[in-house]
Design a binder for this molecule. Structure first.
Ligand code: GDP
Ligand code: IMO
Ligand code: MG
Length: 428
């Protein structure tokens, strides 16, 4: 059984919570793109776990794999492992496997991320400044350092030197000094802590697939941050959509693959870029407060707006989503009238998709339909029949617009706050 979890919006849809919920059944949980720009929060009773790089299955001591499509900051990884160990999570070479060909984020990438943002002037993307984009640039530029390079320190030194030399003119332009020797020494020091996790992930995962194990692929970011299909250039530097699992892990395309699109009952976005249903009013502020919409990674306040069925439908198509998971329904509990965007118009023309042209995107206005709110608490509910009728009507309305079943509904942050309409957990 193979499941992929992807976000259908701009990230922070609650992927971590759903991966944790579903991973009770999983044998393997696998990250296939992104890096520690991701922030996945998992709540189990009173304990809150925050994950950036590690697959969320680590909380349940599942076999966790980091695929080659990820960019890996060794220092961030060690820090995360240490924090989780302090929360009594077991992490060792029996449950963590990192692809030998994963590319590394080095300190220079964070500096370049910073410079890139500064040099964009008013068009800043609002990156997480974790060095994600520059690390992917070096990967494609064929000068990245990979995990397998740790085996030969002499060659490693030459490769790092080449990489630093390549970037030197730009750093000098911004009067930034880097101590190459120190970076090399630090990297060698930390390599001992990381190398033990190195493994042929592509092989482990294909063997597991051939034995029909339960493999769960954990997406990071959201489909609208995809480098190709997102709101470019206000996107992240990886393909965040489901197609990336194959090149980001080496897993061959197989049958029995279900793709769950994690979707917030409204919309949020961190960082810059177009957002047609954004609410710059008291409803928007209400969603921020009630939904606690503050970034896990950068602590920035998330921009909030109404549900956009145009964008979610687009994400469903691009990812081949089989079922939608609706999260944070409880955040809408007190709202009297809820709006749903069902199309766009720019004064001249109507659109049932988001055109790529930024000039058009900036002019688009949402076409809304209004649904009565239920004004009763749904927090923590675990059964479809216990939901107020108006909440069920809202969900049915969304299903009619996105033309996909919403088969799982999340009503709170804890793993037990989940409605499993089709008994997915008990049937697997
Ligand atoms: P991810 O990046 O997609 O994993 O999402 P984040 O963890 O960054 O953000 C989602 C936030 O919403 C986290 O703080 C979760 O604990 C919380 N959360 C997830 N599902 C629900 C839900 O159904 N209701 C409420 N109130 N909070 C939720
Ligand atoms: P999870 O996995 C929300 C956003 C940043 C910025 C843009 C580019 O928690 O859903 P980057 O550092 O990746 O170059 O930044 O992407 N971004 C996210 N927004 N959730 C995330 O991850 C994000 N990861 C990156 O805010 O706008
Ligand atoms: Mg997040």
């Amino acid at each position: 059984m193979f499941y992929t979890i992807v976000g259908t919006q701009w990230g922070d849809e609650g992927k971590g919570k759903i991966v944790d919920w579903l991973s009770s059944k999983a044998d393997y949980v696998v990250r296939f793109q992104g890096g520690n720009n991701a922030g996945h929060t998992i709540k189990v009773n009173k304990e809150v776990y925050k994950l950036n790089l590690l697959p969320s299955g680590i909380i349940r001591n599942k076999k966790c794999l980091i695929g080659n499509g990820v960019v890996l900051d060794p220092w961030a990884l060690i820090n995360e492992i240490s924090n989780l160990r302090n929360q009594d999570i077991k992490i060792d070479k029996n449950n963590l496997f990192i692809a030998e060909n994963v590319c590394l984020i080095l300190p220079i990438h964070k500096l370049i991320d910073e410079i890139n943002e500064r040099s964009r002037g008013n068009n800043i993307i609002g990156t997480t400044k974790k060095g994600i984009g520059p690390a992917y640039e070096d990967k494609v530029g064929r000068r990245a350092i990979r995990l397998c390079d740790f085996s030969d320190h002499k060659n490693l030194k030459i490769k790092i030197k080449n990489l630093y030399d390549f970037h030197l003119p730009r750093l000098e332009q911004y009067n930034i000094n880097t101590d190459f020797d120190k970076v090399f020494e630090d990297l060698v020091k930390i390599s001992n802590e990381i190398i033990k996790f190195s493994a042929p992930v592509w092989k482990i995962i294909n063997d597991a697939g051939n034995q029909n194990k339960f493999i769960l692929f954990e997406g990071a970011q959201g489909s609208l941050l995809d480098i190709d299909f997102g709101t470019y250039p206000y996107v992240t530097s990886s393909n965040t959509s489901a197609g990336q699992i194959f090149s980001g892990t080496g897993f061959g395309i197989k049958e029995n693959h279900n793709i769950l699109g994690i979707t917030k009952a409204y919309t949020t976005r961190v960082g810059s870029g177009p957002f047609v249903t954004e609410l710059d009013n008291e409803v928007g502020s209400y969603l921020v407060e009630k939904g606690q919409e503050f970034g896990t990674v950068t602590k920035r306040q998330r921009r909030c707006g109404w549900f956009d069925s145009v964008l979610v439908s687009q994400s469903i198509a691009i990812n081949g989503i089989t079922d939608v998971v609706l999260t944070k329904l409880d955040v809408l509990d007190e709202i009297e009238e809820i709006k749903v965007c069902v199309g766009y118009e720019d004064g001249k023309k109507k659109y049932n998709y988001l055109p790529f042209d930024e000039n058009i995107q900036n002019k688009l206005l949402p076409v809304y339909e209004t649904i009565p709110g239920w004004q009763t608490s749904t927090f923590g509910l675990t059964s479809w029949n216990d939901l107020p009728k108006k909440a069920r009507d809202y969900i049915s309305f969304l299903e009619s617009k996105i033309k996909k079943n919403i088969s799982i509904i999340s009503t709170g942050p804890d793993r037990v706050h989940t409605i499993d309409r089709n008994n997915l957990l008990s049937n697997n």
